[in-house]
Design a binder for this molecule. Structure first.
Ligand code: CMP
Length: 139
């Protein structure tokens, strides 16, 4: 029965090495909280190569895969589990296009990304991947 309840979704954000290196973790988290996402778990960590390869397995055939793994294991990241109605879609909107040249004004990547590799933040692209990624990162 539809009782008009809001279904809370979860998604995963990774604040990437280019952002932790530039001391903008707090700025990015403020942008996330200002958009009414609830932080349910947060952890700073170094990704192991094996975890990074598993995390980005969907891109394993892409020409940028090895560079992506090298970059994602090159420095500290901050993993943030987020809860909100329509979390996956709303968070993808907040982070903006992969390439900052194409990211809309007001998005995290438009403000902070350096290029499409060092693009400051990751957000899950579907509910299914959000669950997989959250389990991989927090377990
Ligand atoms: P992310 O949202 O974490 O998902 C996959 C990542 O691969 C992406 O952000 C970028 O960091 C990286 N990526 C995607 N496309 C390219 C590309 N053309 N060249 C280099 N890196 C890319």
């Amino acid at each position: 029965m539809d009782r008009g309840e809001i279904t809370m979704e979860r998604t995963l954000a990774l604040i990437k090495p280019d952002a932790t290196e530039r001391n903008i973790i707090g700025d990015i988290i403020s942008m996330i909280e200002n958009k009414k996402f609830k932080i349910t778990r947060l952890r700073s960590m170094m990704l192991t190569e094996s975890k990074a390869r598993q995390f980005y397995d969907v891109h394993s055939s892409k020409p940028f895969y090895n560079a992506l793994i090298e970059y994602m294991t090159s420095g500290m990241i901050v993993a943030v589990e987020l809860e909100k109605d329509n979390a996956v879609k709303d968070f993808r909107e907040l982070i903006g296009d992969t390439n900052p040249v194409n990211a809309k004004d007001g998005t995290i990547r438009s403000k902070y990304a350096i290029n499409q590799s060092s693009n400051s933040i990751h957000g899950s692209d579907s509910n299914e991947n959000a669950i997989k990624e959250i389990n991989l990162i927090f377990n």
